[in-house]
Design a protein around this ligand. Structure first.
Ligand code: ATP
Ligand code: MG
Length: 552
């Protein structure tokens, strides 16, 4: 973090709270619901919550907000932990809201005893109807008049499983005419006969989000409970519950959620993409999930850098996905090993090359002053890219054409002497000559050429598969586009090239390596790769091929 950078509004609040001695140290939490994999929006929240305690001292808990038994799974818990650790953060405690079910139950009993909660037999439709509208007050029904004893008895029976799902709920008794709809006797417990991923069949009543969340914060002595803007209307209830229960006064602060162009940022929608097979899995490299980005080759440093760059806003906005790609490129440019891979081969025979092979030495990363080098085989037959040759070139075409000269990266200058065609007139081969005095690093030829091409020796070429990814959606603002979001899926978001030709150094690869395929983009090994078949994902193109330029 650069020192001159001004504090964001949360940092200002914390700095003040600490200066005034309101807290000795701060505690934050990251509270995911384990109902899906984490996405880049969650990364923002993780960097924020963990970043604050890194900066000001204190601790950050990981709390699984697992109060809904139906949608939650252990697979999600495991993936969430893996993603946070991969991002580079360590939680102080791994906690589960479900561990507080006993305490939360006692809190509910406390409210009943204070005559601040009642059991309601109304249907959900009746409850909704009695709630009124933002401009008209709601009405209290007869169940709200139940005595403390009656409510206690019914609530115990609810817990004992005497009633079916939906037959009764427990509501907080607050204010049916409050301008804040969340204060109009909100439901705090419901009946749900469902097994929970941690508590099994112990419970058949579960606390509602508003009742569990703030109370869990208090149980953990969370000082600054940070959530997204849609929870602003919940804050009044958050404070009311803490006050009535006389528990640790956690405070809720809201910031704008991250929205990004050309993608969706909701677990519910991402789950649909997975279930309906628009993508292969949660970690499909096109997904905005942390696991998808990791598989695609994005670095944790780039993700953290991105979250830092976008800052902490108090108003909703839409961040250009190009900014994320900019951060990814910036990291990869410094770290990626350069390699040569030909996607669409055109064979060249170098007629005057007499040796069987010459191993030329090429740097792994010219951006690194301590770069290592690798040996690349140069031989009589090589491949260049089809698009790097034109029989009738336009002006300023600095690649190869009949009679033209180019440099082969790290090797020699060649001249094209003859174009060989099949009977249909398709170009199948070029005959070239090389200039022995023009070797890279020791060029005494005095010849200057403008173009440098990547190439691969035919005899030494390693076959590989390459997956090229594009935007998952073809509209910028998917959430606000008309119709179902799936109508805007980009049908060409994945292009598979099942046979490309790679220099042999790529045989010696592992999943941690990041590559720049010269003139092609940044790539990494996919997890589907095997020793029989190398599979590479394109992480990002070399330059932003999209219209908008991302300014630093
Ligand atoms: P989704 O709508 O994708 O399911 P969620 O908010 O329901 O997201 P949770 O598991 O409840 O997902 O979120 C855990 C934490 O991450 C919460 O504190 C939430 O505010 C934060 N979070 C979720 N999405 C974003 C986002 N797009 N930007 C910033 N923070 C987010
Ligand atoms: Mg949620």
């Amino acid at each position: 973090m650069s020192e001159e950078k001004s504090l964001n509004f949360l940092e200002e609040i914390i700095e003040k709270d600490l200066a005034e001695g309101k807290y000795q140290s701060i505690t934050t939490r990251f509270p995911p619901e384990p109902n899906g994999y984490l996405h880049i929006g969650h990364a923002k929240s993780i960097c924020l919550n963990f970043g604050l305690t890194q900066k000001f001292g204190g601790k950050t808990n990981l709390r699984f907000d697992d109060t809904n038994p139906v949608t939650e799974e252990t697979e999600y818990v495991d993936s969430i932990k893996e993603d946070i650790q991969w991002l580079g953060f360590n939680w102080a405690n791994e906690l589960y809201a479900s561990d507080y079910f006993d305490t939360l139950y006692e809190f509910a009993v406390t409210l009943i005893n204070k005559n601040l909660a009642y059991v309601d037999d109304s249907t959900s439709e009746e409850i909704a109807q009695q709630k009124g509208t933002p401009t008209t007050p709601g009405i209290r029904n007869k169940f709200s008049e139940r005595t403390v004893e009656e409510n206690l008895k019914l609530f115990i029976e609810m817990r004992e499983g005497k009633y079916a799902d939906g037959e009764k709920v427990l509501r907080a008794k607050i204010d049916m005419s409050s301008p804040n709809m969340h204060m109009r006797d909100p439901i705090i417990y419901r009946i749900k006969h469902a097994a929970h991923h941690r508590t099994g069949n112990k419970w058949c009543i579960y606390p509602m989000y508003d009742f569990a969340h703030g109370q869990s914060d208090s149980i953990e002595n969370i000082t600054h409970s940070i959530c997204t803007l849609e929870f602003i209307p919940h804050r009044e209830l958050y404070n009311w519950l803490i006050q009535q229960l006389e528990i640790f006064p956690s405070k809720q602060y809201e910031f704008a959620r991250l929205n990004m162009t050309y993608t969706v940022m909701s677990k519910r929608k991402l789950l649909q993409l997975v279930n309906e097979k628009h993508v292969i899995a949660w970690d499909d490299p096109r997904m905005p999930t942390i696991s998808g980005m990791r598989r695609r080759g994005y670095g944790a440093t780039a993700l953290r850098d991105f979250c830092d760059k976008i800052g902490v806003a108090k108003r909703e906005n839409l961040i250009d996905i190009g900014l994320l790609e900019f951060c990814v490129r910036e990291e990869l440019n410094k770290t990626a090993l350069r390699r040569m891979v030909v996607f669409n081969p055109l064979k060249i025979t170098i007629t005057n090359f007499g040796k069987e092979v010459e191993w030329v030495s090429i740097e792994d990363n010219p951006e690194d002053e301590n770069t290592t080098h690798r040996k690349v085989p140069f031989s009589k037959e090589i491949y260049i890219e089809q698009e790097d040759f034109l029989e009738n070139p336009p002006k300023k075409f600095f690649r190869l054409f009949p009679g033209g000269k180019v440099r082969l990266k790290g090797a020699y200058i060649i001249e094209c002497n003859e174009v060989v065609k099949d009977i249909n007139g398709n170009i199948i081969e070029l005959k070239c000559s090389y200039i022995p005095e023009s070797k890279s690093g020791n060029d005494t030829s005095g010849i200057h050429v403008k173009g440098t091409l990547h190439w691969v020796s035919v005899a030494h070429a390693v076959h590989a598969e390459v997956k090229l990814y594009d935007r998952l959606f073809h509209v910028e603002n998917v959430a606000e586009a008309e119709g179902d979001f799936k109508e805007h899926i980009n049908p060409n978001s994945l292009q598979v090239l099942d046979k490309v030709y790679a220099e042999p150094a790529l045989l010696d690869t592992n999943s941690n390596n990041r590559y720049q395929f010269l003139r092609k983009g940044y790539f990494c090994l996919d997890k589907d790769s095997s020793s029989e078949k190398l599979v590479f994902n394109r992480t990002v193109t070399l330059k932003d091929t999209w219209a908008k330029e991302v300014k630093k």
